[in-house]
Design a protein around this ligand. Structure first.
Ligand code: HEM
Ligand code: HEM
Length: 393
């Protein structure tokens, strides 16, 4: 029989239960396995990508299967508890069931939102795209939901442990039909026996509200809180009031954007001939690059342990027409490379707004020698600079 009765789970409910159980256990296995995989070569990163793509695809499948399961459950009678007189046990079993329903939604959604906010590494293997409506690209959002994903996993472990321990207790100690009801569809329980109803649902809802609140506000473990540009010692005739320094690289064929949030600039600029000098000191240890920040800081890329500071020193000139050039040297990772940054400058009274973009080749800085082709990490790195400065008196 496909439908539930007041004493038994029908074929649809049982199939969905075991299908989702299998998918969730596989997703957990892949998630934990991927966490510990090495990321130090092309081959290792390709394996990692496959595992995460599988993990995400299975996770998204859980989400849709869970929606189906919830809609189905709403249309069906709920089989009566086997031991309604054991009030605490009935409460615990039902609270755990609701907590598991929460996990079926929160786990995939938190992973999916984090993925959509970041995009890039390890796509979901399906034809409908990698983004979500209403989810903007944002590192902060991605990290918030990543923390929620990890925290929710802990709740899922605890709920599953209780759930499986309960099933085993019924099968081995009570020797009742609880497990058989979910495996073979055996009928058991007193029809009409009361469910604990609202209280377990409320307990699970409160648990999930607390977890979602904590997950979205706690900083991601092992990741510094996002910083905005902090200009430390500034000299020169212009004072930077705000600015961003970002860079974009192709990773596995998808663009990933990182930030260098901590830097200071000494700018001398005279608008009448349109000439000047600029020196920018960049704290490379503060960089972020999506989910691969640690690798980007590692010895093969920015090597921030050995080279915590990068410097750009340049002369500013104005070209015919309006645009400017900053022509100088970028010292990064010990390599000194000539760089010309074209930029636009808008003067509004005592305030100047500049915006520039330049494309560099990571190989010029000896970056990513273990990625000798563009399969995993592209050669071209696009650097975007935007800042606002005001004239000192
Ligand atoms: C692999 C080990 C698992 C075992 C041995 C197991 C066993 C059972 C049993 C025996 C029941 C029936 C309880 C009753 O009639 O009161 C049940 C119900 C249930 N299980 Fe599991 N389960 C497992 C995994 C999971 C997973 C991974 C989830 C979801 C995250 C889950 C969610 C539920 C829910 C929500 C119910 C309540 C019935 C419903 O609304 O469909 N179970 N499980
Ligand atoms: C039923 C659904 C899911 C379950 C049970 C699940 C479970 C897990 C677990 C156990 C981990 C390891 C967490 C840790 O090490 O603390 C993990 C990590 C991860 N999951 Fe999921 N997941 C699910 C769905 C998804 C989905 C749908 C996506 C994306 C579309 C996703 C993306 C990720 C990512 C990117 C990580 C790595 C986080 C990091 O360490 O930076 N997951 N997941």
């Amino acid at each position: 029989m496909l439908t539930n009765t007041p004493q038994s789970y029908g074929g649809v409910a049982r199939t969905l239960h075991w299908l989702i159980a299998l998918l969730i256990l596989t997703a957990i296995g892949l998630g934990l396995y991927a966490e510990d995989l090495p990321r130090d070569s092309d081959a290792a990163v390709a394996t990692l990508k496959t595992i995460y793509s599988l993990h995400k695809t299975i996770g998204v499948t859980v989400f849709f299967a869970a929606l189906l399961r919830i809609l189905w459950a709403l249309s069906q009678p709920k089989p009566a508890p086997l031991h309604p007189e054991r009030r605490l046990e009935t409460f615990a079993a039902e609270a755990v069931h609701w907590a598991l329903y929460g996990a079926m939604l929160v786990m995939p959604l938190s992973g999916w939102i984090s993925h959509a906010a970041q995009a890039g590494f390890a796509p979901i293997l399906w034809p409908f795209g990698q983004t979500l409506p209403f989810v903007p690209h944002s590192d902060a959002l991605a990290h918030g939901f990543e923390t929620l994903h990890k925290l929710s996993a802990l709740v899922l472990y605890a709920a599953l442990a209780l759930h499986i321990a309960g099933a085993l207790k019924h099968a081995l100690i009570d020797r009742d039909a609880t497990l058989a009801r979910m495996t073979r569809g055996t009928a058991a329980g007193t029809p009409g026996a009361a469910h604990a109803l609202g209280a377990p649902l409320l307990a699970a809802l409160m648990l999930w509200a607390a977890v979602i609140g904590a997950g979205l506000t706690l900083p991601t473990p092992g990741r510094p809180a996002p910083q905005t540009q902090t200009a430390t010692v500034q000299t020169g005739s212009w004072q930077v009031t705000e600015g961003t320094l970002g860079f974009t690289v192709q990773q596995m064929g998808a663009a990933v954007t990182g930030q260098l949030p901590v830097w200071s600039a000494a700018i001398d600029y005279d608008p009448t001939p349109g000439t000047g000098t600029v020196t920018v000191q960049i704290d490379t240890t503060a960089l972020t690059l999506g989910s691969v920040t640690d690798q980007a800081k590692g010895a093969d890329f920015f090597d921030t342990a050995t080279h915590p500071t990068a410097t750009f020193t340049a002369a500013i000139t104005r070209q015919e027409g309006a645009d400017h050039l900053a022509t100088g040297t970028l010292t990064l990772r010990g390599a000194e490379v000539p760089v010309t940054l074209p930029f636009t400058l808008t003067l509004d009274g005592e305030t100047a707004t500049m915006q520039g973009q330049v494309t560099l080749d990571r190989r010029a800085f000896g970056m990513g020698t273990s990625y000798p082709d563009e399969g995993t990490v592209g050669f071209a790195v696009t650097v975007d600079v935007a800042l606002t400065a005001s004239r000192r008196d």
